[in-house]
Ligand binder design. Structure first.
Ligand SMILES: [Zn+2]
Ligand SMILES: [Zn+2]
Length: 244
């Protein structure tokens, strides 16, 4: 399997990076994790076939993780997609998605598509299976608006990928990421402690307990991006691929 960082930026475009969107592919799997506002042009830039994506997992309803969906669905309509698509995310996703589509492209939430679109609400700590992909969401902590917020532990083709989503430290990240082949963790600041986001120093203290095989940092602010050359960890960049 391979995970491609289609976009690994924050909501503010720090470092000129694109909004969060990860593409996971294997012999029998093809899905996205998050679909931030810039995702459609980012997918096209990398030459990724949108009509082969079976599943989009959404961590929360902030625009830099969720705002690309109306564009992707419009693209699916105009490219005459026929392959079914599942969009899964936190409770409330059906209404959130319809409202977002209406705000961006009026009437688009009621357009009859040629493909089956299933919008699925995920409950924390309840594992769901979509084709070959087994998904367990964990509740995380990211403020008052744009939630519920979910980290994901995803098992496919004998590999485990975990993604923290945007969150301040919560012990939920331990079962979410323990022993994962790849743990993608937010590292918004280096050592500054803020509400709703994770700093590298806080994360670092828990890494032995999490014991993931590979860690990749994402969703970095300018503060973190300025330190990229001196970090003892792998940091994501747009377009980066990780083999699993
Ligand atoms: Zn974000
Ligand atoms: Zn967020």
């Amino acid at each position: 399997m391979q995970l491609r960082f289609v976009g690994c930026g924050d909501a503010l475009g720090s470092g000129g990076r694109l909004n969060t969107c990860f593409h996971v592919t294997g012999t029998r799997t093809n899905f996205l994790i998050d679909c931030g506002a810039s995702s459609l042009p980012a997918l096209k830039r990398l030459g990724i076939a949108r009509d082969e994506i079976d599943l989009i997992l959404v961590t929360h309803f902030h625009g830099d993780h969720f705002g690309g969906l109306p564009f992707l669905l419009l693209d699916a309509q105009f490219t005459r997609r026929t392959r079914p698509l599942v969009v899964a995310g936190p409770v409330g996703i059906e209404t959130r998605l319809a409202n977002l589509m209406e705000a961006l492209f009026e009437h688009s939430s009621r357009t009859k598509q040629r493909f089956d679109l299933s919008v699925v609400a995920l409950e924390p700590e309840q594992t769901r299976t979509f084709g070959e992909v087994k998904v367990t969401p964990y509740p995380v902590v990211h403020g008052e608006s744009g939630g519920p917020f979910l980290a994901y532990r995803i098992e496919a083709e004998g590999r485990v990928v975990a993604y923290s989503a945007d969150t301040e430290w919560t012990d939920m990240l331990i079962p979410a990421a323990r022993g994962a082949d790849l743990f993608i963790a937010e590292a918004y600041y280096y050592d500054k402690i803020v509400k709703n986001h994770l700093s590298l120093k806080t994360l670092e203290a828990h890494l032995p307990e999490i014991n993931a095989r590979k860690l990749v940092l994402t969703h970095m602010s300018e503060d973190m991006l300025a330190r990229l050359g001196e970090l003892p960890y792998t940091a994501a960049h747009d377009g980066m691929a990780v083999e699993l």
